[in-house]
Design a protein around this ligand. Sequence first.
Ligand SMILES: C[S@@+](CC[C@H](N)C(=O)[O-])C[C@H]1O[C@@H](n2cnc3c(N)ncnc32)[C@H](O)[C@@H]1O
Length: 270
Amino acid sequence: MAGVAEDAMKPEPAGSEAVLQRELAYYEDLYSTYGPGLFAQPAVVLFREYLARRILRATGVGHASRVLSIGCGIGDTELLLGPHVAHVTGVDLSPAAIAEARRAASARSITNVQFVAGSWQSAALGEQPFDAVVAIFFLHHLPDQDLAAFPIQLQRLLRPGGMFYALDPSARRLSGFLGKLLVPKLMEKYQTEDERQLLPRSTAGPFRAAGFETSTHWFDFASTPLAGLFPSWGAGYRLARVLDEALTRVPLLREWSSNFELIALQPEVK
Ligand SMILES: C[S@@+](CC[C@H](N)C(=O)[O-])C[C@H]1O[C@@H](n2cnc3c(N)ncnc32)[C@H](O)[C@@H]1O
């Protein structure tokens, strides 16, 4: 009873802290149950390989570059970037994710990718700024006030001339509308209570206001949602990816794409 009374007296965590606790609970469960098995399926692996190629191209990182990944999950994208750069640091809130990422790095004998457990704002990420920072399906998990403050905090993590790359779901995605209609339970299972989709222009706004040069690009239409729906169907992913190359270029139609990239360049100091 004393425990119950003490709990009742504890103040509820407010705002960002409450979101952080809910995120942690969701991802600890995901990464210690079906997450790693799902992410090892052929269509999801093909998505990661395609994404890694796109990140390398967009950021221009190479063999001398140091990369930070915020909200790295189980590190499947980061482990694909490792062989192409000098070093990758991945940080994630979930200790279960970090344990799985370290296990995968060791199983694949990848030694230049390091994983750190904790919130990116407080984790020990070293003093030296990075050549590139990536955030895959991460920004849309930040509460509004944290998202607005993110570009300012990013400035100290990136070197002058460094690149930021983010991938996030679009609020206008046709796949989200159809998903809610046809497979609402699956949509709920794959989404946390606090996340919401974003729009390219309004997401880029605070980055531009903080002095970054930004561009946004449609990433996909059907391929990534298909990988979530039919993760074992590698051939389906490949076909959808080919279609996406066309669909994401069609004026008007492309506004209903699924995910968008935000690329932000921190200017060189004059
Ligand atoms: C949608 S998942 C994306 C994971 C991974 N990037 C991927 O592509 O699979 C969002 C991730 O952000 C992490 N996360 C949420 N808030 C965080 C924070 N403040 N600091 C570090 N990681 C955080 C979660 O634990 C989760 O792994």
